[in-house]
Design a binder for this molecule. Structure first.
Ligand SMILES: CC(C)(COP(=O)(O)OP(=O)(O)OC[C@H]1O[C@@H](n2cnc3c(N)ncnc32)[C@H](O)[C@@H]1OP(=O)(O)O)[C@@H](O)C(=O)NCCC(=O)NCCS
Length: 170
């Protein structure tokens, strides 16, 4: 398995992976499949272009034998404290437990560290115990911050953080 940053012309790949993830794991994300299907396909082209070139936003894609099979977004908030995040993490069910998720999060975290981040954050749905165990194994821990999930107001999500200089990441 390999991970590489999205290329500017990969809008259709981004749309395919994002809609597949929202269809397969709707409980995990602060956006619904309907939200993603309503936006113009061309907006995925704009996102891919931006995420291929920006110093604040990136998407990394997971490949197995040349086929895209997972993704993660990495971004630095516009606010004054400029916190760094990974989000939208998804690995296709057929290739789970092969460390693809770990590779995605580590590559995204290293990129954020190169942009100056000392910490990497992730919002995790409280009901998503698998993701909590997954992130904890990578050295993330709860900050204590909780909020209602965007698009699933009845559900809550918790903020996790990993310190990039703790030596616990690859
Ligand atoms: C979370 C996710 C990205 C992990 O991807 P992955 O490629 O399987 O992860 P890795 O192989 O790197 O690591 C797997 C490890 O995570 C944990 N884990 C993953 N799935 C698990 C499960 N179903 N039950 C328990 N632990 C699990 C375990 O520690 C596991 O180690 P193991 O495979 O040795 O048992 C994947 O399960 C996924 O896409 N889930 C749906 C979307 C989602 O929840 N995204 C996160 C949003 S915050």
């Amino acid at each position: 398995m390999t991970v590489s940053r999205i290329a500017a012309q990969q809008g259709p790949v981004l749309r395919e992976l994002r809609t597949a993830s929202l269809r397969e794991a709707p409980y995990a994300f602060g956006e619904t499949l309907e939200d993603a299907l309503q936006v113009e396909p061309s907006s995925f082209d704009e996102t891919a272009f931006l995420h291929a070139n920006s110093a604040k936003l990136a998407t990394f894609l997971l490949y197995t034998e040349g086929h895209p099979c997972g993704l993660v977004h990495a971004y630095i908030e516009e606010s004054s404290d400029a916190r760094a995040f990974v989000s939208a993490l998804w690995v296709a069910p057929a290739v789970r437990h092969l460390r693809g998720g770990e590779l995605l999060v580590n590559v995204a975290s290293e990129w954020l560290a190169e942009q100056g981040a000392a910490e990497v954050h992730a919002w995790i749905a409280d009901e998503n115990r698998t993701a909590m165990r997954f992130y904890e194994r990578l050295g993330f821990g709860p900050t204590g911050d909780r909020r209602a999930m965007p698009s699933h107001e009845a559900e809550a999500e918790s903020l996790y953080v990993r310190h990039m200089h703790s030596g616990r990441h690859a």
